[in-house]
Design a protein around this ligand. Sequence first.
Ligand SMILES: O=C(O)CCC(=O)C(=O)O
Ligand SMILES: [Fe+2]
Length: 311
Amino acid sequence: MTSTPGPVPTIDLALADRADSWAATADRIDGACRTGLFLLTGHQIPTEATQTVYRHTRALFEADPAVRRATSRSRSFLGYRGAPDAGSAADHKETFTIGRDPHPGETAGEFTPPNMWPPLPEFQQTLTAHYTRLQAVAIRVGDLLTKALELPPGFLTGRPERHISWLTAINYPTGAHETAAPRTRFGPHRDRGTIALVSATGPGLEVQADDGSWRPVPLTDGALVVIIGSMLAGWTGRRWTAPRHRVGPAAPSETSPRQSLVFFFNPDPATRLEPLPGPGRPHPPPPFGPALTVGDYLRTMIDGYRNPARP
Ligand SMILES: O=C(O)CCC(=O)C(=O)O
Ligand SMILES: [Fe+2]
């Protein structure tokens, strides 16, 4: 179930948890998640920290191809994936993805393959630090969403040390790949996971309204965009929505590449996607239910990255 989005709602994380205003906040969060996308302020990630990450990812995207090949994700879904050849109909973007390392005593599993780091100064420390910052924000958002659904603490987020999240840096090149006709930079899709936290260096992100039109998501200073994914939407019995979104064509005035950082947050793979407890809740459609785990879902997602088909 979707409803036509009005202006994109904003949730202030610094104020969200206040007991005196919680009832109103829970309603706002629920309303925002029903359309599936909101801006998050008050997350306390300094703008300079994010800018530093962009400087390092820019260095990777501009590095000698041999540097990028060293982290090519042909062996894994982590690392670098290049833009398609000019003329291809696929999205003209390149990506670099990291995940978390296995904890001491935890065997490196299918969801925690080794990260691949380019030989660039301070790249690994910078990206790892940002992963840690975004993870902390994602856990707080996950806790808020759990509370807004009146679920027991941890129901949606599970054991924090077992979360499986990925941080993807995206570069949307300009110039060489531009053809006469402006083209969508990232085609229409729904995110498949739980929630994504997005920041970007420039405009372009758009969300689809019920009438099929595309609405720009405002780039408000320092705000993160929170996008609900299909896993969470299905788990809530579609009370919440995974919105279709895309990155539209670059404006002629945009002469430098657009970069974004997307943190895909997912709970413990052992978590069962069972119906949410409580009276009067919409029942999740099949295949959700005790037989489906977050891990099963992530496996399908990873196959989808290897072999993309847009929902
Ligand atoms: O680059 C962006 O702003 C959005 C990226 C996105 O939607 C995604 O990675 O799923
Ligand atoms: Fe997306």
